[in-house]
Design a protein around this ligand. Sequence first.
Ligand code: NAD
Length: 488
Amino acid sequence: MTSRVIPVDPFDLVIFGGTGDLARRKILPGLFRRFCAGQMPPSARIVGAARTELDHAGYREMASEAIKEFGGTTAANSDKLNAFLDTVYYVAIDALGDDGWEELQELCKEKNRVEAYYFSVTPALFGDLAERLHYWGMAGPDSRIVVEKPFGRNLATAKNLNATLAAHFDEHQIYRIDHYLGKETVQNLMAVRFGNMLFEPLWNAQYVDHIQITVAETVGVGGRGEYYDKAGAMRDMVQNHLMQLLCLIAMEPPARFDPDAVRDEKLKVIRALDPVLPHHLMRGQYEADHSDEKAHPSYREAVEDPRSKTESFIALKTHISNWRWAGTPFYLRTGKRMSARSSEITVVFKETPHSIFGEDAGRHRNVLSIRLQPNEGITLGVTIKEPGPGGMRLIDVPLDMTFAEALGADSEHVDAYERLIMDVIRGNQTLFMRGDEVEAAWAWTDPIIHGWEERGEVPKPYESGTDGTTDSHELMRRDGRKWREVSP
Ligand code: NAD
């Protein structure tokens, strides 16, 4: 099966923060892959804009190194690298001053092309960039800005940021990135739900016992300690990534697959979320790990605050108060230094109401697991008869819908960032968060955080390489359920 690539319109993409980690690891390699796939028109221009003093040649060299280091090049495409680099430019610029803006304006003066500005800088600069783009006449009615996470740290700051951006850009020009939405499986989740007759009739409280969402990382906070300790797992992961997955799993079928129809339905889910009760919420901090020759510091050592109360792990139970989901618990958990790197949504259906095969055959339930990373794919657990003699013994086997296998070697892997950037150029906001969605997510998150702050709760320690605090397992056990194993 060969993939069909539709080239996008000519564009200028300015990457503010073009020398930063995200630009080097994701944005530039992703753009190179789209160039090789024939999706970028030859007249497209990529302009790195950052504080570092570099000329075009210097930036091209940096871009080339980054693309090679972070997997952009393969034996099949490395001969295209120079042609790609010809589309790359650089302007040394200061988001807080006037340096470089005239040069950028001159470079991007050609009209009749999509103008997109990627804010890949610290969020503290988002407002300044929007204001300067406006001041220098680059915030035209068709221009687009791409805004990275985090989008605020609570409802008040998110509202402020929305208002600042709205002063210069309409909502249809603002692309708030949540790269989880750019993952192949996330879109496949919508295809599976709304492109098949099989699932949707069962997709409700009557047939679904519960839903789990796990995003587990093996890494610790690493060099991001200073940022992370002010955020924690709730702000860094739950409010955005896990919330977006929850919305896609739980939303009503939109009338059309268009940006506002989809985002309207997601918003309704967030607004229907119940507050989280204190005993349905567990927070943890990972302990030091001396199990191999590399010493892994504890969370508190990593953030250099022996009294830190920030969580590196969180597990919670919530409900969605609407007709479809009343009574179905949603369990969410995410953490660092867990046993494996794995992001998975699991829909656990109810047991069959009656076993015609007798008690010995046991009770069985279907489990649909949607795996985002690694090994993206969807698996449906079904019950069949164990082959061979010996009567009706039932076993659960997976119906595997791993995409690479199903679609063959030609199916192209497109990274989340490259898909999302192409969507920006195409002007498709379906996979981006709308301002009201982000605010609603904070409106749910804020009272939970205030609650634990008021109660003075301190996260419980958990052993590195395990799946979080013991009380997070207790949360499930109390309900007669258990977390799905975190597997690589
Ligand atoms: P970084 O610190 O590596 O890079 C920051 C960039 O901003 C540099 O290019 C720097 O020159 C530029 N910059 C700083 N001050 C400036 C100024 N006054 N004027 C112009 N340019 C200035 O940061 P990063 O890790 O690339 O992150 C960028 C954004 O992406 C942040 O909002 C971050 O939260 C978000 N993000 C990053 C990652 C990641 O994996 N790195 C993942 C998700 C989100």
